[in-house]
Design a protein around this ligand. Structure first.
Ligand code: HEC
Length: 259
């Protein structure tokens, strides 16, 4: 294979290397902020805000498989706040569609007596249960991201991430790396994983198990980005080429050599 077009970083003008370095620095910072954004928008969906889990990803795209927040709370931490018979009244109200008329007659009196001591707004971190409108917010079924939202985010990601990796991998082409297939895999990976990532969002909306595809796609993309970033920066400023390539001014010798 001819490598007439290959020039190592060390063969590039100082000004070009400055452009590459600064671009990588800013894109690397952007990647860190993207990771923070993923954390802030997903961690805590499963009730644990300290980390991001597969369950968080499932809930974000598929919705919560468990009950509404109200029923989940009444089966869990709020179970002891009221007698069983009154709890059954609230469950029945939710099952029959959480209607405003029956709220006033059946549910409101119970909540006034059992819940409002805490859920009256005095604690801003727990849901208000003072009116039908407020209670409605905790009985809405969580169905995850909507299709219009997914479509919007998909087109932004497909364009945006392709731009980013076109830039990063164009820079990375100037790295010297053997075996050559490994270099090619590192370059191809993010373009494939942006596709599997985005298609998995839609699959996860229907089948929650596909959350793992989203996680694996994101992880492989991150590994490729990190590898390209580190290898490019290192070879741009600190690396010495093997002597035979160095002699050719950073271009791979063409004749009599299999690359
Ligand atoms: C003694 C105070 C107190 C009373 C009384 C109380 N709660 Fe709570 N409730 C809390 C606190 C504190 C939290 C937040 C911590 C937690 O989720 O355990 C909470 C959380 C909740 C949540 C939100 C759970 C989530 O998904 O974040 C719901 C819904 C809820 N309570 C419903 C009720 C209902 C219905 C009643 C009455 C039957 C009730 N609570 C009575 C203190 C109270």
């Amino acid at each position: 294979m001819s490598n007439r077009g290959f020039f190592h970083f060390s063969a590039l003008p100082m000004s070009t290397r400055m452009v590459y370095t600064m671009t990588l620095l800013v894109l690397g910072t952007g990647y860190l902020f993207a990771m923070l954004q993923v954390f802030f928008s997903h961690a805590g969906l499963d009730g644990n805000a300290k980390n991001i889990s597969a369950q968080d990803i499932r809930i974000a795209y598929h919705g919560s498989e468990s009950d509404t927040r109200l029923v989940a709370a009444l089966k869990g931490p709020m179970a002891g706040m009221l007698p069983e018979s009154e709890r059954a009244v609230i469950f029945k109200w939710v099952e029959s569609g959480a209607k405003p008329e029956t709220f006033e007659s059946d549910v409101k009196p119970i909540m006034a007596e059992r819940c409002l001591a805490c859920h009256d707004g005095s604690n801003p971190h727990i849901p208000l249960l003072t009116s039908f409108e407020e209670v409605s917010k905790v009985v809405a079924k969580d169905t995850g991201a909507t299709i219009p939202t997914l479509v919007r985010v998909s087109h932004i990601h497909l364009f945006g991430i392709t731009f980013i990796f076109f830039i990063v991998s164009s820079i990375f082409t100037h790295a010297y790396m053997r075996p050559l297939w490994l270099k090619c895999v590192i370059i191809v990976l993010p373009f494939l994983t942006i596709l599997t990532d985005i298609f998995s969002w839609y699959l996860t909306k229907w089948i929650p198990g596909f959350a793992w595809f989203i996680i694996i796609s994101g992880a492989l993309m991150g590994i490729s980005f990190t590898a390209q970033w580190l290898i490019s920066m290192w070879q741009m400023w600190f690396y010495t080429l093997p002597a035979d390539i160095e002699e050719c001014g950073g271009a791979l010798p063409v004749l009599g050599r299999k690359q």
